[in-house]
Design a protein around this ligand. Structure first.
Ligand code: B12
Ligand code: SF4
Length: 720
């Protein structure tokens, strides 16, 4: 891994000045200082330098990662000027193996030096031309998020100093026809496509266009969706490569492969249609998979920031990972793609937070919040607590608020004693003091038999203690909860309803109370009663009435298949349809989804407003969302009561009776909700800024005028 710059190093912010010096060294020219944003994007920087030095120098190349940008300018005397914009001496760079004997730096003790580059070196700095594209359906998720997947892959590619890497993200105003046109214009040697759930249609349209080109680029597809529908894609596109896990080492290997340094079967983490031994051409039917890299084998998992300014210009949010993978194997969460937990080291983050902070500084209207999309922020091991606190210190020191996710067993654990719990409670307070704005916990159930089926490795009582502890500590939380699953019994659904209705879980925040008292108190019914918030647990659940999704490759999906309940595979969504073991729960789940879908856009609008507001307006918006949650809980109770009256064994015609009963129930409840919501929206509108009030009013109008129960294909229980 490359030596990182030190945050305290005065040269960190001086890259622009170093660039001026580099141009003076190469062309004896006093160039105006480049806009700092250019330093984020090597391609634009290269174009800027070519224009600024036109006629006075030969070729210009910009390579390397954001923390070690390498500017190469060919001088008129045939030598090159090499400038490392980090200000660190060239000898401290981890030069790729291919550079040995091809790049000869005269003064390796300086950041700025003359050098001899042979033709092969110049070729390697220029090719392959790599275009990384991220797909997106704006109609489903209006809020853009900084595209970490392609940005991480770009960083890994740039460490090799091979080729040029540019990125295109459909979240940032690019339509699919625009993207197809970009590919046609740019004619990349390698096209990398990143796709997540629901983007299969976009993927095939883009791949059809790419493979229609003559010659077609080498195409590699990665991301959560392709990990699920690998074989479908390989059937349709014989030459396609699928990145089956973290794409960092894969892309580095692929660049080496493109230059003939390694055979395809040595490229880590890909699935492809290989030729049989002795055959020279691609033959369908010889599916190959190469070993996946172990976590962090490639180095860190940090992004390039080319697209961060544009993300902000499109009112998007900044994302980063402080760890990767998870410590558990829940049965519904396929792990093959995301892998085992590996924590980033705080040292990796110093300079990155500094760079991100500098971009935030240019967009003062954007809330200085980082979304750490970790699956499990805290992780395991004896240093878990100090590491988490150190990470938080860094974030706080860089003036960020932040949100993240982790498992509930980071708060309470049945195998651990008082001291462990007190340390953890102290840690949560410490994280709050260091800018933690909210943390998501995937509770998923409070019923032990369901938790066992989900392989959550938690129990209902543990969840209860954790919810009490977190609320007493004042940690803003989001809890996810899977209300319906295909294998559940009606008794389990009843127990689910009871758990969600418990009023002894959410406690009042107790800022002055010592953590030791809280740890003991949450286990003492009298203490709990004295400090209860007086709200049912369901008011703290992010998305009510959620049903299990059987993701392709998940252990739960295999259980469903074994029970003979599996239906059609939907590769475009990365999942498989399934029936419910108890038909009555199936009817409830379907109508619950219709309820969710009918309220989705209004709830999403409220949620988005909540994200950008503070103080009283945020509080009122929250209140309006609770009105929706209360109604959902009433609906759940009504549906269960209706299901209880239907026979357990399907009797012809009974399904229609139950359907009708539930439909009537939902219609009635929606009528009641209409009045409550109108009042809540008026309440909220009074404290909202004018443009937000307009958005809410128009969404509320649309919602109140919708007359149908219709399903849409968008849900957001990822909770991010
Ligand atoms: C943000 C997010 C979302 C956003 C996505 C919107 C957006 N514009 O980004 C929203 C909220 C919409 C969302 C929705 C869903 N999500 Co989501 N989401 C995430 C989250 C939190 C972060 C994604 C991310 O940026 N990851 C970090 C980057 C670096 O990882 P990456 O994208 O996978 O990229 C790496 C590799 O995939 C690969 N790669 C990716 N692209 C490419 C391209 C090339 C060319 C190459 C070589 C490699 C490559 O290399 C990258 C670097 O290693 C992840 C959790 C996580 N930490 O991944 C969950 C996660 C991906 N989501 C998940 C799920 C289940 C969903 C939903 C299906 C949930 C649901 N039941 O509805 C929905 C889908 C909704 C729908 N109907 O379409 C699961 C997937 C389960 C699994 N194990 O595969 C995850 C892992 C969370 C979890 N543990 O449960 N999600
Ligand atoms: S659901 Fe959450 S806790 Fe379970 S394995 Fe997936 S990321 Fe880990």
């Amino acid at each position: 891994m490359q030596e990182q710059r030190n945050i305290a190093d005065p040269t960190v912010h001086a890259a622009g000045q170093l660039l001026v010096e580099a141009v003076r060294h190469a062309a004896d020219l006093n160039m105006i200082r480049a806009d700092e944003a250019l330093l984020l994007d090597p391609q634009r920087l290269q174009q800027f330098l070519e224009t600024a030095t036109a006629g006075r120098v030969g070729r210009v190349r910009v390579a390397g990662t954001l923390d070690r940008r390498l500017v190469c300018i060919e001088r008129q005397d045939g030598q090159w000027t090499l400038a490392d914009l980090s200000g660190h001496p060239h000898r401290t760079r981890t030069w790729p193996g291919w550079a040995t004997g091809r790049i000869d730096v005269e003064d390796a003790d300086s950041w700025l030096s003359s050098a001899r580059l042979d033709d092969q070196a110049v070729y390697r700095l220029s090719r392959p031309v790599v275009l990384l594209a991220a797909l997106y359906h704006p109609e489903n998720f209006p809020l853009p998020r900084f595209p970490l997947g392609i940005s991480d892959v770009a960083r890994a590619a740039r460490t090799t100093l091979m080729g040029t890497v540019s990125m295109a993200d459909m979240q940032l105003g690019l339509t699919l026809p625009d993207l197809v046109q970009l590919v046609a214009q740019q004619q990349p040697d390698i096209l990398g496509v990143s796709a997540t759930f629901g983007q299969h249609d976009l993927m095939t349209e883009l791949l059809d266009a790419a493979y229609a080109m003559l010659p077609p680029p080498l195409v590699i597809a990665g991301g959560s969706l392709t990990a699920r529908n690998e074989s479908l894609l390989l059937d349709r596109y014989p030459a396609l490569l699928i990145a089956r896990g973290g794409g960092e080492l894969t892309v580095q290997d692929l660049l080496a492969h493109w230059h003939g340094d390694m055979p395809l079967h040595d490229v880590h983490g890909i699935g492809y249609n290989g030729a049989s031994r002795g055959e020279g051409t691609l033959t369908i039917g010889h599916r190959r998979r190469t070993p996946k890299p172990v976590s962090r084998e490639h180095g860190d998992f940090l992004p390039e920031l080319d697209l961060l300014p544009s993300t902000f210009e499109h009112h998007g949010v900044a994302q980063l990972e402080a760890s990767r993978g998870c410590t558990n194997f829940c049965s519904f969460c396929p792990r093959g793609h995301k892998g085992q937990w590996a924590g980033g080291t705080p040292d990796d983050f110093r300079w990155m937070l500094n760079e991100m902070g500098a971009v935030f500084d240019r967009y003062p209207e954007i809330s200085r919040t980082l979304y750490l999309v970790d699956e499990e922020f805290i992780g395991r091991g004896p240093d878990a607590v100090p590491r988490a606190l150190e990470m938080a210190d860094l974030l706080h020191g860089a003036r960020f608020q932040w949100e993240t996710s982790c498992r509930i067993d980071q708060v309470t654990h049945p195998d651990k004693g008082f001291a462990w719990h007190a340390e953890r409670a102290g840690m949560w307070r410490g994280l709050l003091e260091r800018g933690l704005r909210r943390c998501l916990f995937g509770v998923e159930s409070g019923v032990d038999s369901i938790l066992r089926r989900f392989n959550k490795e938690t129990v209902g009582e543990q969840n209860a203690l954790a919810i009490r502890t977190l609320s007493a500590l004042g940690v803003p939380t989001r809890y996810t909860y899977i209300a319906f699953d295909h294998l559940m019994t009606l008794q389990e659904l009843e127990a689910t309803y009871a758990y969600q209705g418990r009023t002894d879980l959410l406690l009042r925040p107790l800022p002055g109370v010592p953590v030791e008292e809280i740890v003991n108190g949450v286990r003492d019914p009298e203490w709990v009663q004295a400090h209860a918030a007086g709200r049912a647990f369901h008011t703290g659940i992010s998305y009510m009435l959620v049903s299990m999704e059987c993701l392709i490759g998940a252990a739960y999906t295999k259980q469903v298949q074994k029970a003979g309940l599996a239906g059609e595979v939907r590769p475009s969504m990365g999942r498989q349809d399934a029936r419910f073991a108890d038909w009555r729960i199936g009817v409830c789940s379907r109508w619950a989804q219709l309820w969710v879908d009918r309220n989705f856009a209004l709830d999403y609008t409220l949620k988005s407003l909540e994200k950008i507001l503070d103080g009283q307006p945020r509080h009122r918006v929250r209140g309006a969302r609770v009105v929706l949650k209360d109604a959902a809980y009433t609906v759940l109770g009504g549906m269960i009561a209706a299901a209880e009256q239907a026979p357990a064994d399907p009797v012809p015609g009974q399904d229609l009776v139950l359907e009708q009963r539930i439909r009537t129930l939902l219609d009635e409840e929606f009528g009641v909700l209409g009045d409550r919501m109108a009042k809540a929206v008026t309440d909220v509108a009074g404290v909202l800024p004018a443009d937000s009030a307009r958005v809410l009013a128009s969404e509320h109008l649309r919602w109140s005028q919708t007359r149908q129960w219709r399903s849409i294909n968008a849900s957001d229980p990822c909770g991010t």
